[in-house]
Design a protein around this ligand. Structure first.
Ligand SMILES: [Zn+2]
Ligand SMILES: [Zn+2]
Length: 76
């Protein structure tokens, strides 16, 4: 009957590894939507959940920049 605790230990380890791999919480490339709090990638233009606009196009260089930025960091 020593097999059951062993299975539990193995299952626990398995869950810990799966959880670690599937969690994007610490991923720096994710940020939160200002409106709904949904996880959004830095290169998203719209929030996929609430369609809040996250990026705007710089009139000078044409790059997509954060909607909250007053000035484009890519050009003068
Ligand atoms: Zn949103
Ligand atoms: Zn620019």
């Amino acid at each position: 009957m020593m097999l059951i605790p062993l299975i539990i230990v193995v299952a626990l380890f398995y869950f810990i590894i799966i959880k670690k791999n599937s969690c994007n919480c610490d991923d720096g490339s994710f940020s939160k939507c200002n409106k709904c709090g949904n996880n959004i990638r830095d290169d998203y233009i719209y929030c996929p959940k609430c369609r809040e606009k996250l990026k705007k196009k710089c009139e000078k260089c044409g790059k997509m920049i954060d909607i909250t930025w007053r000035r484009c960091p890519f050009c003068e």
